[in-house]
Design a binder for this molecule. Sequence first.
Ligand code: 0GY
Length: 319
Amino acid sequence: MTAPAPKTPGWLDWCPEPSEPVFVLPPGTVDTHCHVFGPQAAFPFAPERKYTPCDASKDQLLALHDHLGVSRAVIVQATCHGADNRAMTDAVLASGGRARGIATVRPDVTDAELRRLDAAGVRGVRFNFLKRLVDSAPREDLTAVAERITPLGWHIVLYFEAADLPELADFFAALPTPLVVDHMGRPDVTRPVTGPEFSGFLRFVERADVWVKVTCPERLTVTGPAARKGERHPYADVVPFARRAVEEFPDRVLWGTDWPHPNLTGHMPDDGLLVDHIPRIAVTPELRHKLLVANPTRLYWPDERPPESGSRATSPRLD
Ligand code: 0GY
């Protein structure tokens, strides 16, 4: 048996004992952005990967979701597995309908493989534009993939840096499926929330059939996890960005943990505190129900009616 590949130097492992969140997630809450890594012994990482993480198995993901009160999940193919979707589909299949998947496929993927992924619970593909994570794919290849998946009713998840949006926006807007943007398009949160960069991103959201994941305060923050003087909460610098997206597009925002938080260098978040971040960015029970339950249910389980809003109207406010 080959020895497991060593982790990338400086790799931070996920938090083994997250705190109990104070905010109670409403029934039907969907974590729309999480990953599984390996386990390496069963699902080796891809040779072309740019990082080697710790293992983060489907059982560990399920245990986290049970601890946090998350009902369902969307497991996004991580770049360390390349276009080998076996670890992700194994987790989705094992969930018994509690999870959906987002795959990475190449343009030469067969119809049989696409049908197999669809039957497993995959509902989209991810196009990644971060050079530190992937070698860039030619646009013709991405267009070809987009055309292949359209008949399945899938969507495209986009991961890009805010600075790259002006150059990519026309290409994105011409894609034939709904679009889901990871981590609010990764704004530079040292810039004004009403400034041209984030306003330009929201104009892009308005122009096309775009959903926004208001995820990753721990990744976008510059001030870090320590609460600012006089405040109780971490990630204060990211709050205005997420809050603006939630309030301007209440029917198109999605929440997720990003567990197991690949490639963080400064700190590893306590996932319980990430749940406690939610009432700060979605400040009414109605906004929270849309963000956590109604929107992701509409996108990933469209044949279902989401549970009614209101059961969590008494959840404690944390701000
Ligand atoms: C994320 C963020 C990152 C990594 C990946 O697929 C991945 O490897 O998405 C990152 O390093 O910013 O969404 O998990």
